[in-house]
Design a protein around this ligand. Structure first.
Ligand code: GLN
Length: 475
């Protein structure tokens, strides 16, 4: 069996049995990448020499000993580029330190070898906003992989990575996982340190795993979760054993079906697949409970005020002086700032900065930003009420399967609306996962994967993974 198609769990067994070496895995991945990544475009950079050295020295007794993990290119790995898919950082920025998740992966024995493509500064849902590369969906090369962690999802789906890290501010792990047919987990806000993740919207961002199985998602989460003094929003709570409850099944569990997530706007073929997945969990012993999350329709407007507001503030650090790009021959300081930003940022990033600056400006702050924060509280309360009645919630991930490349090029609003099902969990700080549910025919001879989204309460990752595993087994 080819090593690049394996899961972490399978490779761990074979490594420990002495059947294969960690260097064998790197060589196998290198060959797969050389053969296929030309057409898929999932990686922005690789350091296979460093990977061979890390693999040769890997301590196989550690939890991820000898396992290669791909990393989204907005997470710092010391000495390596971290482009964020932007021209701003592509010209000469090298990470001067390791993100906490990078340190933890290294301490777990993982082999870090490649950086995956993303929408510029993680703003987008298709990876088409990357200023550096086009990434294609491995199931249909004429389509997007989803985004913003599209490179990570495509690499895992095409067996060009064993597993990968992504980041999720409003769906960027779950939506590409759904579109590419892999597992993608957004941890609860505060479960995983954000230190060393280039900030997009700090009250929403979380780093999480994209994997080929639910077991692997649990293994990778186990490695990266936990308190961190360097991120004040990372909670000082012990990390449970995420594998302990994984196989306990859903018998007797109450799973909520929110009516607002199955109504208007969803592609009927997608709805059918997601409903079939919920029925399989019912057959496995869960009770399906109709619930309501009445403020769902406000999630898009709320998110697209709060996220750009935070982005406009976070991205002010890119001034042409401190990081990456610097405009040539500036007339004066203002010209240096202006032209560096004008030349360094792409159109979607500029749109967000303008929008964010506007909603925070005096006279508009109360009408937009302050009001959005109030609606955010209502959305959070919807979930709190629901979790008074159910253990977990089942929903679609995206209203439609992966669209064609270039299709919404001039319609950002349409793109924003397609995030409707993934934004709420970020606004409420919940944990959420996308697991493959089925596929729908594209009408052109390809089958497009569709994910089931499972939501659990804040810090409820054990429950989340348990339901996800049951969904995976029942499929
Ligand atoms: N698609 C959403 C956006 O463009 C979410 C992105 C993300 O989660 N990083 O903002």
């Amino acid at each position: 069996m080819s090593l690049s198609t394996s899961t972490i769990s399978a490779l761990r067994q074979r490594l420990q049995a002495g059947e294969i070496s960690a260097v064998d895995i790197v060589e196998d991945l290198a060959a797969a990448i050389a053969a296929k990544d030309g057409e898929i475009g999932s990686y922005l950079s690789q350091d296979l020499e460093a990977a061979r050295t890390m693999a040769a020295q890997a301590d196989l007794s550690k939890p991820l000993g000898g396992i290669p993990i791909a990393i989204k290119d907005n997470i710092n790995v010391i000495g390596h580029p971290c482009t964020c898919g932007s021209r701003f950082l592509a010209s000469g920025y090298t990470a001067p330190y390791d993100a906490t998740v990078t340190e933890l992966l290294k301490a777990s024995g993982a082999v870090l070898f490649g950086r995956t493509n993303l929408d510029e500064f993680a703003m987008g849902s298709a990876t088409e906003n990357s200023a550096l590369k086009l990434t294609r969906n491995p199931h249909d090369l004429s389509r997007i992989p989803g985004g913003s962690s599209g490179g990570s999802a495509a690499a895992v789906a095409a067996d060009l990575a064993i597993a990968a890290l992504g980041s999720d501010t409003g769906g960027s792990i779950r939506q590409p996982a759904s579109h590419c047919g892999v597992v993608g987990l957004k941890p609860s806000y505060g479960r995983v340190s954000r230190y060393g993740l280039v900030a997009f919207a700090s009250s929403l961002d979380q780093i999480g795993p994209l994997t080929k199985s639910v077991d692997d998602a649990a293994l990778l989460l186990q490695a990266i979760a936990g308190p961190d003094r360097r991120d004040s929003t990372c909670l000082n709570l012990p990390v449970p054993d995420y594998l302990a409850d994984l196989n306990k099944g859903v018998a007797g569990m109450r799973l909520g079906i929110p009516r607002e997530y199955f109504g208007e706007g969803i592609d009927p073929a997608v709805r059918e697949q997601v409903e079939a997945a919920t029925k399989r969990l019912q057959a496995a012993g869960a009770e399906l409970v109709d619930i309501s999350l009445p403020h769902t329709e406000h999630a898009v407007a709320t998110y697209y005020i709060i996220a750009p507001a935070e982005a406009s503030s976070n991205l002010s650090r890119f001034d042409g002086i401190r990081y990456g790009k610097r405009a040539d021959a500036p007339k004066d300081l203002a010209d240096l700032y202006q032209r560096s930003r004008e030349e360094g940022f792409g159109p979607e990033v500029k749109r967000r900065i303008i929008l964010g600056t506007y909603v925070l400006s005096s006279g508009y702050y109360d009408a937009y930003y302050a009001r959005a924060q109030k609606v955010r509280t209502l959305i959070r309360r919807d979930f709190e009420t629901a979790f008074g009645q159910v253990d977990a919630i089942l929903t679609p991930v995206a209203p439609a399967p992966a669209r064609k490349i270039g299709e919404n090029a001039d319609d950002p609003l349409h793109e924003y609306l397609s995030d409707i099902f993934t934004l709420g969990p970020n606004l409420a700080g919940l944990c959420a996962i996308s697991v493959p549910a089925g596929s729908v025919p594209s009408g052109e001879g390809t089958n497009l994967p569709v994910g089931l989204q499972i939501l659990a309460p804040h810090m409820g990752e054990s429950t989340l993974l348990r339901v996800a595993k049951a969904a995976e087994i029942a499929r």
